[in-house]
Design a protein around this ligand. Structure first.
Ligand SMILES: *Cc1c(COP(=O)(O)O)cnc(C)c1O
Length: 405
């Protein structure tokens, strides 16, 4: 008999390695931005969620520093005990105002907001209808809730409708759950159609605006605003860690839903309040996204420019996946080619994400565009992408492309 009860860990790791699924973090040095330093080298950054370039904004840093000077570094307890600060209330009011909802509640991360909310509002006797491409936090929240979970075909309203017709009447409550911007594809959900079905079949709707807040809508409120669905009966979740450049998550909705979550969401009740620095930075970011719509304009100009260049120049076996957001994915035929192309781009000083099974069904390069990328930087990345996909050979280095602006 084996005597080491941890021996299985090494064996499991070996399996992960053999499958080519082993992953490790890579360190970025210094401040975030359109250009970052990695291994002492400047890299063009097309891999962050910092869509508006706010994570390195001096105003957010000043707000975080000011919050630390005023409130210290830690919240010291859960919000219901010693961890609540006036700053949390200010941030929640600002988010509710941005989202045009009665109230909002901030969590220590978007992940915790999703699992806590879903597990609080549905249970054993209820049904969750979930898009098959939903984020991991939505999937795990659904599992934690003990509700019956049924996934529908990605973005397929006909499937949602069919499932509602067949199954809705067997359950007490029903919750339709979807990402608004799908994080690994960049396409967006069909929110008006989902809301119509929800109304007809008496369902709640939870939409995860993680990649949409600050990015979509005239005031940056997200896809809900983009679709003209502001004020509709739904629960909006999002993160403070993407376009808002900080850390934390939020739920925005009716006063009753927020009051209920404060009493029933374990991932809010039994965890320490958001740190003063994160809270202060997020509050400054909410004000900037409302006050500086020109950042969103620049972001969307960059997105349009990159997409049109890629559409013109990518070879057929590297198709652009359909996207309506600053997340742009180029499908790649195999894991081996994906790794080669990613290395070639790194060698050229370009940092993009290589995403592959089991995270997604097909291999892809995933680019995230920022408002602070220059036109020259957009052209640099698309030029290199076209070259490495056309030739598959890094030795043909594109000498005519330069980062000088
Ligand atoms: C990033 C992300 C989250 C998690 O947010 P964090 O604040 O980083 O925990 C949740 N949902 C989606 C769709 C995301 O992309």
């Amino acid at each position: 008999m084996e005597t080491n009860p941890y021996a299985w860990v090494e064996r499991s790791l070996e399996t992960i390695r053999r499958a080519g699924w082993y992953r490790e973090p890579e360190a970025i040095e210094g401040s975030p931005g359109a250009v970052v330093s990695k291994d002492g080298r400047e890299m063009l950054n097309f891999a962050s969620n910092d869509y508006l370039g706010l994570a390195g904004d001096p105003r957010l840093m000043a707000a975080a520093t000011h919050a630390i000077r005023t409130f210290g570094t830690g919240a010291t307890g859960s919000r219901l005990l010693s961890g609540h600060r006036i700053l949390h209330q200010e941030l929640e009011t600002a988010i509710a105002q941005l989202k045009q909802t009665e109230a909002a509640l901030v969590f220590s991360s978007g992940y915790l907001a999703n699992i806590g909310t879903i597990a609080a509002i549905v249970g054993k006797r209820d049904l969750i209808l979930a898009d098959q491409y939903n984020h991991s936090s939505l999937k795990n929240g659904a599992i934690m809730s003990s509700a019956h979970v049924s996934e529908y075909i990605h973005n397929n309203i006909t499937d949602v409708k069919q499932q509602l017709q067949e199954h809705r009447h067997h359950y007490r409550r029903c919750l339709i759950v979807t990402d608004s911007v799908f994080s690994m594809d960049g396409d967006i959900c069909q929110l008006p159609e989902l809301l119509e079905l929800a109304d007809k079949y008496n369902c709640m709707v939870l939409v995860d605006e993680a990649h949409a807040t600050g990015v979509f809508g005239a005031t940056g409120a997200g896809c809900v605003e983009h679709y003209g669905c502001t004020g509709k009966p739904l629960i909006q979740i999002g993160t403070l860690s993407k376009a808002l450049g900080s850390l934390g998550g939020y739920v925005a909705g009716s006063q009753a839903v927020i009051d209920f979550l404060r009493n029933r969401a374990p991932s809010w009740i039994y965890t320490t309040g958001l740190s003063p620095a994160d809270t202060g930075a997020a509050l400054a970011a909410v004000r900037i996204i409302q006050g500086e719509p020109e950042r969103r304009d620049r972001l969307w100009q960059n997105v349009a420019h990159i997409k049109s260049l890629l559409m013109e120049n990518l070879p057929e076996d590297f198709p652009l996946l359909p996207s309506s957001s600053p997340i742009i994915c180029v499908q790649v035929p195999s894991i081996e080619i994906l790794q080669t192309v990613k290395q070639q781009l790194l060698a050229a000083g370009i940092f993009v994400a290589a995403v592959r099974p089991p995270t997604v069904p097909t291999c892809r390069l995933r680019l995230t565009v920022m408002a602070t990328h220059t036109r020259a930087q957009c052209e640099f990345v698309t030029g290199h992408l076209s070259l490495v996909t056309c030739t598959g050979d890094s030795r043909i280095a594109p000498t005519h492309l330069s980062l000088d602006q």
